[in-house]
Design a protein around this ligand. Structure first.
Ligand code: SF4
Ligand code: SF4
Length: 261
């Protein structure tokens, strides 16, 4: 989910879809370009993507991060991107691509789910609010738009079951926007606060250990019912992580976590 401001909106590649706008698209295994879009990608993963895929593969978040992603901190940025690592072969295929298509289809990442529509968040500096923006941007080789099936952005999102992804990604996009201004000070983006922030959202199995096996619960007040929930539920833990980051980095009051006096 790309975060944009109004002045940069027109420069974005693709056709902006208003709620009533339609587009033709259908993807299926007999189409000439089948699987071509799953190669040589710069595929950003968001925290909820990692959660879904590591559970699908039945591995820990740490193993997933070690084996499947590249963590890239770009010059002048304060938080890294997490990119799915493509195979080291000529076609640079996605590691989840099989001859029959996506092998993790029901848990595929947000970006793959909405493709070829990209969802962005239009940020209003005045109000601090974001509103969704949809861009139709199939690559040139994609034959899907030549098919007859007609969609609106909302119908497409529903068909691709994006609801839980978009809900979680919107929350992450808000934090990601705040991470665009230096939150680390002298520690820098490789310091301990940045590492803890990364852990809370991308390495949530480790974050759970940190909560329950360090002095975390001596420092923060968390209701017993919520403690019970985040022990076993990854989605609840990720939402808890988002709240904790807002509190720890920007002292934003949260419903569920308080610093003990
Ligand atoms: S995760 Fe699935 S849909 Fe996404 S690029 Fe890989 S194979 Fe394609
Ligand atoms: S390129 Fe387009 S039509 Fe072809 S497989 Fe990918 S999404 Fe489907």
């Amino acid at each position: 989910m790309k975060l944009v401001t109004a002045d940069k909106l027109d420069a974005l590649h693709g056709r902006r879809l208003k709620p009533e706008d339609t587009f033709h698209f259908r993807c299926h295994s007999e189409i000439a370009c089948f699987n071509r879009c799953c190669r040589n990608l710069k595929l950003n993963l968001y925290p909820y993507d990692v959660l879904r895929i590591k559970n699908r593969l039945d591995i820990t978040s740490e193993t997933f991060i070690d084996d499947y992603v590249d963590i890239v901190l770009r010059k002048g940025e304060f938080f890294p991107e997490v990119l799915l690592r493509m195979a080291e072969e000529e076609q640079k295929s996605c590691p989840f691509l099989s001859p029959d298509g996506c092998s993790i289809y029901t848990d595929r990442p947000d970006t793959c789910r909405t493709f070829p529509v990209e969802q962005g968040a239009l940020y209003n500096r005045g109000t601090g609010q974001t509103t969704p923006v949809f861009l139709f941007r199939p690559p040139d080789f994609c034959r899907g738009p030549e098919e007859n099936t007609l969609w609106t952005a909302a119908k497409w999102a529903k068909d691709q079951e994006t609801e839980s992804y978009q809900r979680m990604t919107r929350r992450w996009a808000d934090i990601r926007r705040m991470l665009e201004s230096d939150p680390w000070g002298r520690q820098g983006p490789e310091g301990s606060s940045a590492k803890m922030t990364f852990m809370a959202v991308f390495n949530i199995d480790r974050f759970r250990q940190f909560i329950f096996e360090s002095s975390f619960l001596k420092r923060y007040k968390v209701k017993p019912a919520l403690q019970k929930k985040i022990r076993r539920n990854d989605e609840a833990l990720l939402l808890f992580g988002f709240e904790w980051i807002r509190l720890a980095l920007w002292q934003r009051p949260t419903k569920n976590i308080r610093l003990k006096k």
